[in-house]
Design a protein around this ligand. Sequence first.
Ligand code: 9MR
Length: 626
Amino acid sequence: MNFKKILIPALCAANAIFAATVYQNQVGFVTNGLKQLVVIDGAGKTVSLKDSGGKVVFSSTVPEAQSWVPAGTDGSLVDFSEIKTAGTYKIFIGDEEVGHPVVISNNALEAVAKGALKFFYFQRASTALDEKYAGKYARDAGHPDTSVKYHASTGHDASLGETFKAPKGWYDAGDYGKYIVNSGISTYTLLQLYQQNKAYFDTLNLNIPESGNKIPDILDEIRWNLDWMLAMQDEDGGVFHKLTTLKFAGMVMPSQTNAQRYAIGKGIEATWNFAAVMALAADIYSAFDSKFASTCAKAADKAHQWAIPHAAEKYTQPKDVSTGSYTGAGLWPLRIWANAELYRISQNKNYMEDMHYLPINSSKASLQSWSNSSMLWAFTTATSPKAFEKADVDTAKAMIFRFADEYVKSLENNGFGVPMVRSDFYWGSNGGAANKGMILIHAYILSKDEKYLNAAIGIADYILGRNPLDLSYLTGYGVNQVMNPHHRPSQADEIEAPVPGMVAGGPNASATDCAKSYVDGDAVAKSYYDNSCSYSTNEVAINWNAPFAYLVGSIQAILATGKVYDTSNGKSSASYELTAIPSSKAKFSPVKAGSRLIVKDNSVLLERTAPDGTKRYFNLRGKKLR
Ligand code: 9MR
């Protein structure tokens, strides 16, 4: 028997059990920014970083481990921000090399910011992707959307078989649908990224077909989606909810699908959302294309005119449709957001009046998502103090700091330095994390207090590898990358590596698909499966990439330029004369919130009417009926 053969692997295994582990951002740290890593099982040992010549440039004792509940394991947070020289470093615990190379440079996050933005190019519908821009991911055009039918749910007579054109736009996610509600928040997030970091993005080259046309590439990319959104407005001003097939396509390339595409639904959520986004676009594009900008402003106002008398007309998913529903977005948050954006570009008091049809209450806010836009109202209002009344600006700021302070507080005694809690691990948790980062960046812009910027950096680090799976959730970037996202082109293109620059949805403690057996109640941050069968943990989506691009783009721009958005310039650069029908003149009386007993479907039910007009029914024991 060869004892050596048995002994050596056994010793190595023992070593592996007792060796410390390091989790870290696997992509890079901006030279003048916060730099942290997490050590597991290393308390009391010496952690050091050595430069490429083997010289120790940082050394410290690993502190006591502290808990971070989502990881299910304690960690010791080590801060090596004192290294201010660009380079690539190796991490050692004692004499043992651990973790991954640490890259420090002035533009460490620029590649990921560009990559996350380039994703939107890869998601373009109705065009071929040329090798010049897409490299090996070049593909044929799909979904021209020049012959889109009206589904009966749009209010059009579907039996006439009429079609209309709504090309362009971005595919929503791993599927080929285009959904107004979700593309609206994504577009707004990217517009804000530009608005707040103009100097940086004016010259950032994304290598897209429009590069070099004198318009910043990020705005060219956003325009691709705005053009589609504009085509989704019906003649009466209402906006169709989505443009999809009736069922999801198979796992094929865009050019291989030919099922009929429909405009589906026309509802208040899409219409408010559209109005808000178009109004912000009208401001931003006025500097580059005043005709287009004024088209956006008029479209926003027309949407508003439809919205007021149809304020309770929520989208419901038709029975014959099974693509993403995006139903149930809060109506009050949408309404205040759209009115604020419209007021900001016109100063027309009718919008202000409609924004205040209910008191704006900061305690009603929740983290922004496709289903809740109250923070989008807050971002715009808080950063435009010259455009809004002081009371509203104060409320908006209170909303931002309420969340930002809560996140910063959650970093106390937090072993991973990540401001996320157990309940943050839902479908699209990485998008939620990035959206928290967006709140923190706003708190930083408004206060210049570094604790907010640092907390935001912690979130970027988490997504780029400082997590208990030692995984970079951004395809194409990092040492251990996501390789099998639920993304049709990546699955069908026969290229091993997925399309780069995509943020995977992330751990989901409620996953019920093939990731179910990976759900870990004791370590929710591990409830993830890098397999394309898991749409609930491993799909990609524009509304997750957009806040991630906002987060890393803002951090890079702020640290590299040393400039922070000056909110005293937060007024709109253009002022539009808009019709703005006052809510009082519309044939619509705001509903009174409350409850009453009614007889319905042969039984006595409790009917609850929310302030936005939504009705819900309960039986007398309180069980929700529909
Ligand atoms: O992001 C959406 C998530 O909040 C929902 O829980 C989930 C289930 O309804 O749907 C997600 O959105 C998907 C959409 O319905 C269709 N395109 C892919 C989206 C990302 O998974």
